[in-house]
Design a protein around this ligand. Structure first.
Ligand code: DSN
Length: 413
């Protein structure tokens, strides 16, 4: 997109968008939840569909003129069903948060008990944080990771489920580097008469690419986002068994949202088509290979990788042995052109505002064509900053090398 009209009508905004593009070109994005959305998908999101109101569902709208819109949403739905092999998918949630909310509102009464992963062990805001709607409206109980393995202890989850008798068990996380064993969670849910929701917002692309166990056949609900490993437009979706289709659709509209963002739904249709290609499967395998190689390099440099490694697109480094904080490291690496985020680690003794860890993800740099030798180099740069006596200076000293690396792996158009 060349922003011709914007440059003319609103040069200040055009300049800001150009600056953001330049920032991306010249830095390495290791934020695990970010990616680089392809141009075709961005064209769909930037299209005239933004103008159209279409409250309702295909064939049953509250507005006229929805013939084409219906075809677009049906395309997204059909592709989503084919991609994930599911009975039903609702592509209207504006975000992963609203997708989760739709499941809760479809099958739970306020005050119902939810069993989910503790946010401080890797869970998500919408899985019951007090400040979030989920924590305010429902009775939240948590499971976490084992102190020894830093991985989910499914026997402990089963014990907790027997104790609290949840109406809903949630699997899925935003900073857990290991696979979510949905089949095991389904057994646990079955034993206590709970429903199971897997939030695959982070790993939906891995599932679509066949490099993560598929939660769809064993779960009542699977929620996701389209902008993380899926590499599509910013947005959410809910997959469910046929018996819940009506309740989910009703919860999304009119329960939570008004008009769907039809331009984003068009982007989801485009992203789902791309996700069915062999290139996408190879991309997902490379994301995981890169995360493993990078975690391995960090570990061999002597840094503590939480749970000893990763099976997914992300891993955590514990800075406690170095006496550093996630906030400091995020800032120093930013000066080198390496962008990541501070993150809590399991059993963190520091506050979440400046926790003991950093989270490192490979979706975005893998989109730029970086493979194992490249991510190992990035790990060594991070190591140089972590071990430096003057980390801020060390980071600045790396900037030129990082910039050259970025330029040799340009972001796609
Ligand atoms: N905020 C996202 C993340 O960074 O993981 C999850 O919603």
């Amino acid at each position: 997109m060349n922003f011709d009209a914007l440059k003319q009508n609103d040069p200040r905004l055009a300049e800001l968008l150009a600056s953001e593009r330049e920032r991306r070109q010249e830095t390495l994005d290791l934020i695990a939840s970010e990616n680089l959305c392809p141009k075709g998908v961005r064209e769909a999101v930037g299209s005239i569909l933004t103008d159209k109101y279409a409250e309702g569902y295909p064939g049953d709208r509250w507005y006229g003129g929805c013939g084409v819109i219906d075809a677009v949403e049906r395309l997204a739905v059909d592709r989503g069903k084919q991609l994930f092999g599911c009975d039903h998918i609702n592509v209207q949630p504006h975000s992963g948060s609203q997708a989760n909310m739709a499941v809760y509102f479809a099958v739970l009464e306020p005050g119902a008990t939810i069993l989910s992963m503790d946010l401080t062990h890797g869970g998500h805001l919408t899985h019951g944080k007090k400040a979030n709607f989920s924590g305010r409206l429902f009775h939240i109980t948590h499971y976490g990771v084992s102190a020894e393995t830093e991985q989910i202890d499914y026997d402990a989850v089963a014990e907790k489920a027997r104790e609290v008798k949840p109406a809903l068990i949630i699997g899925g996380a935003s900073s857990y580097p290991r696979r979510i064993e949905a089949a095991r969670l389904a057994e646990i849910a079955g034993d206590v008469g709970a429903r199971l929701m897997i939030d695959m917002a982070h790993f939906a692309g891995l599932v679509a690419g066949g490099v993560h166990p598929d939660p769809v056949p064993v779960s009542d609900f699977v929620t996701g986002t389209t902008h993380k490993t899926m590499r599509g437009p910013r947005g959410g979706f809910v997959i469910c068994k046929q018996e819940y289709a009506e309740a989910i659709d009703h919860a999304v509209f009119p329960g939570l949202q008004g008009g769907p963002l039809m331009h984003v739904i068009a982007g989801k249709a485009a992203a789902f088509a791309l996700a069915m290609t062999d290139d996408f499967k190879a991309y997902q395998a490379q994301i995981v290979a890169n995360a493993r190689a990078m975690a391995d390099e960090m570990a061999s440099l002597g840094y503590r990788v939480v749970s000893g490694g990763t099976d997914t697109h992300l891993f955590l480094v514990d800075l406690t042995p170095l006496g550093l904080t996630g906030g400091q490291v995020q800032q120093w690496l930013g000066a080198a052109g390496i962008v990541l985020n501070k993150n809590v680690i399991p059993f963190d003794k520091r506050p979440s505002t400046d926790p003991s860890g950093i989270r490192i993800g490979t979706p975005s740099i893998t989109t730029r064509g970086v493979v194992e030798d490249g991510v190992r180099q990035v790990a060594r740069w991070i190591g140089q900053v972590l071990k430096a006596e003057a980390p801020a200076r060390a980071a600045e000293g790396l900037r030129a090398e990082v910039l050259e690396f970025c330029r040799s792996h340009p972001i796609p158009d």
